[in-house]
Design a protein around this ligand. Structure first.
Ligand SMILES: C[S@@+](CC[C@H](N)C(=O)[O-])C[C@H]1O[C@@H](n2cnc3c(N)ncnc32)[C@H](O)[C@@H]1O
Length: 313
């Protein structure tokens, strides 16, 4: 029998060493993290002693540094999910687990023209900007000037400057009513159903609308409003739970704690002008639209061009 042994790799690849202006995340043995921005001649102070920035400048990523009181810290550049979880917030952020799904299911990639509102603290903004490379653009709308400023600061810090393909408008989306055209629209706000006219005016046919909402009542209202409006594919709704696991020898089990709830995601696609999606022939669940239901109904559909009521197909 011939055995082929794979070659032994004796060299390790080199990445760029830490340099002035880099953000560095310092993590101690207990997992406590501090993020610093490297500056020549500066010293970082903790209750566990100080660390000279100059020790890190020029060192490879993944180095171990020891504070003046002997505490060891691992030094790594923060990943985007580390950055968004620790950056200053005004509004609640979209968590990385949801942002990742938005990028995947809203099909956001290089060259896409994306509109998001509200920008809040700019967490989703960072994920979107990282995705729409090349000729892609991101237009972010935030009605609160204080939150827009936080988003601006966070994005500028992460990208070390304002990305050229990013436009941030401090305005109400309804009043701004951007002309687009956009390939993708992401709404994260209390009342996304009130934005549909604006979205219909700027999202291309085939374009994806993603809505992130925190409660079931919001989810129901936005889905039913879209169905009643017609002009959209059947909305798909989901939530995502990410459960960490403790893995230690034979003790392998789910973590005791987790982020139990963030929000619901809903995706739908815009149809060509005047086209109304056929409704399901299946009867709705008993009581789904019973006497207690007072939201929008498919029978409220109007033709998007003439405004006339539309018959079900
Ligand atoms: C939950 S936060 C968005 C957080 C953001 N996605 C992030 O990841 O950091 C919702 C934001 O929507 C903004 N907002 C609500 N209605 C709006 C509207 N009509 N136009 C623009 N922004 C709006 C709010 O001011 C708030 O900052």
């Amino acid at each position: 029998m011939v055995r082929i042994l794979s070659a032994t790799v004796t060299t390790s690849p080199e990445g760029p060493p830490f340099e002035t202006g880099d953000q560095v995340q310092l993590t101690d043995a207990k997992g406590r993290m501090h993020t610093i921005t490297l500056q020549e001649g500066q010293r970082f102070h903790t209750e566990k002693g100080g660390i000279e920035h100059d020790i890190l400048i020029g060192a490879p990523e993944g180095s171990l540094v020891t504070s003046s009181k002997g505490t060891a810290y691992l030094a790594l550049r923060p990943l985007l999910h580390d950055f968004v979880m620790s950056m200053p917030r005004g509004a609640t952020i979209i968590y990385p687990k949801d942002a990742a799904l938005i990028v995947a299911f809203a099909d956001i990639g290089p060259g896409a023209r994306v509109l998001e509102a509200g920008a809040g603290s700019g967490a989703l903004t960072c994920w979107l900007l990282r995705s729409v490379t090349g000729t892609g653009t991101l237009t972010s709308v935030e009605k609160r000037p204080d939150f827009a400023q936080i988003a601006q600061r966070n994005v500028t810090k992460y990208f070390r400057g304002t990305p050229e393909n990013w436009m941030l408008h401090t305005a109400d989306l309804v009043e701004l009513a951007p002309a687009g055209p956009f390939d993708r629209v992401i709404l994260d706000m209390l009342n996304p159903w009130d934005m549909l006219e604006v979205v219909e005016g700027c999202l291309v046919p085939g374009g994806v609308l993603c809505v992130y909402v925190a409660t079931t009542t919001q989810l129901s209202r936005v889905v039913e409003t879209l169905r009643a409006a017609g002009g959209w594919t059947e909305p798909k709704s989901s939530e995502t739970m990410q459960r960490g696991w403790h893995v230690e020898g034979l003790a392998v089990r789910p973590d005791h704690r987790m982020v139990g709830h963030t929000g619901f995601l809903m995706f739908t696609r815009r149809l060509a002008p005047g086209v109304v999606a056929p409704t399901k022939r299946r009867r709705p669940a008993k009581g789904a639209y019973g006497e207690d239901y007072d939201g929008p109904r498919v029978t409220d559909r109007r033709d998007t061009t003439t405004g006339n009521p539309v018959e079900d197909v």
